[in-house]
Design a protein around this ligand. Structure first.
Ligand SMILES: [Zn+2]
Ligand SMILES: [Zn+2]
Length: 368
């Protein structure tokens, strides 16, 4: 849990309230770590504290609050941090990812206590824990034979990255795609581009190891963001035009501007990364007209969790999505670990002594 903005995460025993009206208790099996957790930790995303972080997880329903009708104790569920109300303007317009009330429950009331202090649930999900309490509408039931560890990734990274490509950008077979930022969401976008039939998938990152991961996830070309010239590379492999679709999965004005430069005339620029409120993107007005590029944001990959998470399960079962490829390391949440040191760069093997990373990965800014 996070007790103060910028502080290391700490492990504590907490008391969760029993599930209220329309809420369910879930025993967590696994959680992913997303860049947005770091944005909560560094104060970019406001949050009442102390709070349990984590918002992409899966587990087993253990208790139903009054009025819950679609779940039973023992059901396996993926948690969605967006819990669409299905009644507001945006839900009715078919954009549940923009639901006006989708995370109201995160701010409504503390969901437990930590050492006597009111305890909050970041993004209304709180998956960095053995258990959580969420609205029924934040759960998507999955078949019991689907591995919960893999299912955890479907709650944010996979649907955000794949959805940005499929739902927001609308990539068609034979098109060309560039992805800036190869963290979990960026790699999911690379897989989404492969799934959509893109013939050129150019992955861009500052870190060479992430480019290797991008290749493993289906990138056809890679280019280093700092040493090389991604725009020149994109032009070389697209007959001088630039890519049909450029996706920014970092959250900086400089990389949004780079995505704009990567896209061909008439192409799309899709912003997936969560940038700061005072970081202003600059695009020449003449180019906005004459180059006719479509610049658009993609919240949660334009995902309807009730539609897209079951779809992702099916795609993973067929092998069209390779969830195991998105896992760079595993670690345990250790009860006896009171203070957690962050930032170690070890990959490729399980490390049971670590809980999810906490520290200066925020400065890495290379995708969620
Ligand atoms: Zn996330
Ligand atoms: Zn709504």
């Amino acid at each position: 849990m996070l007790r103060e903005v910028g502080a290391p995460l700490v492990v504590e025993d907490v008391e969760l309230a029993p599930p209220g009206e329309g809420m369910v208790a879930v025993r967590m099996a696994a959680t992913g770590v997303c860049h947005t957790d770091l944005s909560v930790r560094d104060g970019t995303i406001p949050q009442s504290l102390p709070a349990v972080l984590g918002h992409e997880g899966a587990g087993t329903v253990t208790e139903l609050g009054p009025g819950v009708t679609t779940l039973a104790v023992g059901d396996h569920v993926v948690l969605s941090w967006m819990a669409p109300c299905r009644r507001c303007f945006f839900c009715l317009a078919g954009q549940p990812e923009l639901c006006e009330h989708g995370i109201d429950h995160a701010f409504a009331a503390p969901y437990g206590t930590a050492n006597g202090d009111p305890l909050w649930c970041a993004l209304g999900t709180g998956t960095f824990a053995e258990a959580t309490v969420v609205p029924e509408s934040a759960t998507i039931r999955i078949e019991p034979d689907f591995p919960l560890e893999m299912a955890a990734l479907l709650g944010c990274a996979v649907v955000t990255g794949v959805g940005a490509v499929v739902n927001t950008a609308g990539v068609s077979p034979g098109e060309t795609v560039a992805v800036i930022g190869c963290g979990g969401v960026g790699l999911a976008a690379v897989q989404g581009a492969r799934l959509a039939g893109a013939t050129v998938i150019l992955a861009i990152d500052r870190i060479a190891a992430k480019l290797d991961l991008a290749i493993a996830n289906g990138a056809t070309h890679t280019v280093g963001a700092s040493a090389d010239d991604p725009v020149a590379t994109a032009r070389e492999i697209t007959a001088g035009r630039g890519v049909d679709h450029a996706l920014e999965v970092v959250g900086l004005s400089s990389t949004v501007e780079q995505a704009y430069a990567l896209a061909r005339r008439g192409g799309t620029v899709t912003v997936v990364g969560a940038g700061a409120g005072d970081d202003v993107v600059s695009i020449p007005a003449m180019s906005l007209l004459a180059d006719a590029k479509r610049v658009q944001g993609s919240v949660y990959g334009g995902t309807d969790p009730a539609r897209d998470i079951p779809r992702a399960v099916t795609l993973a079962r067929t092998g069209a999505l390779d969830l195991e490829r998105l896992v760079t390391r595993r670690s345990a949440l250790r009860r006896d670990q009171r203070r957690v040191r962050g930032h170690e760069r070890r990959r490729g093997r399980p490390d049971p002594d670590r809980v999810p990373p906490t520290s200066d990965e925020a400065s890495e800014r290379s995708g969620e």
